[in-house]
Design a binder for this molecule. Structure first.
Ligand code: FMN
Length: 193
């Protein structure tokens, strides 16, 4: 891997994001997603479910009733960051999110989900609601009709226009920013780390 070559760096970023979808050892499997909550910033960890390099999209799954979904409906601007110390690599993405709820895309993702993931969406009242006692919301898989959770399930599809890559190395770090314009034209630049 030549970290002085921008196109190799972009290939590496795409590889790491694709790999992270299935590879639970990769810390890019669980990046941090930030949204605007009115004038404040709100961040949380989420599981990366898909990466499409040619369309420049990544996908997350969530509860439609959660705060983050409402925040993204109000303001789709989204920032994502991951750092894997084993790879000495940080990746930052900036983009806009679309929520898929009760549509073809959400149905496809739901049908591809495992039962263990589906069960979260049957929880009554939904993510981010205030709870008097936390135990009330514990899972009892035998009492849950898994498919009922679909009504609460959504996907968050982030179309990113900026990808920034930082690689840490002793002789000098490498930081490179890729920006796609409105028509998809790519420009890239080195940044002082
Ligand atoms: C390792 C890990 C993975 C998580 N994955 C998801 C996820 O894929 N989707 C999700 O909605 N929340 C996920 N969460 C929970 C969120 O971080 C967050 O606590 C929750 O979704 C409520 O966020 P909100 O109030 O901003 O909506 C995960 C948390 C951890 C620690």
């Amino acid at each position: 891997m030549n970290y002085n070559n921008k196109s190799e760096i972009l290939k590496r970023a795409n590889f790491l994001l694709k790999d992270a979808v299935k590879n639970r050892e990769s810390l890019f499997h669980t990046p941090i997603i930030s949204t605007f909550a009115d004038q404040n910033i709100s961040s949380r960890v989420m599981v990366l479910r898909d990466h499409n390099a040619s369309q420049r999209t990544i996908r997350f799954h969530s509860d439609f009733r959660s705060d983050k979904v409402q925040e993204l409906i109000d303001n789709p601007k989204t920032s994502i960051i991951g750092y894997d110390p084993a790879l000495k690599t940080q990746i930052r993405l900036i983009g806009r999110s679309t929520i898929n709820h009760l549509n073809k895309k959400s149905l496809k993702a739901w049908n591809e989900s495992q039962a263990i993931s589906k069960k979260c969406y049957s929880v009554k009242d939904g993510s981010s609601q205030k709870a008097k006692k936390p135990e009330i919301y514990d899972f009892h898989i035998k009492d849950i009709k898994l498919e009922d959770g679909y009504a609460n399930f959504c996907t968050i599809e982030v179309a990113y226009h900026t990808l920034e890559f930082l690689y840490l190395q002793r002789q000098g770090h490498r930081r490179c920013k890729f920006v796609w314009g409105a028509k998809g034209k790519l420009s890239s630049t080195w940044l002082v780390p």
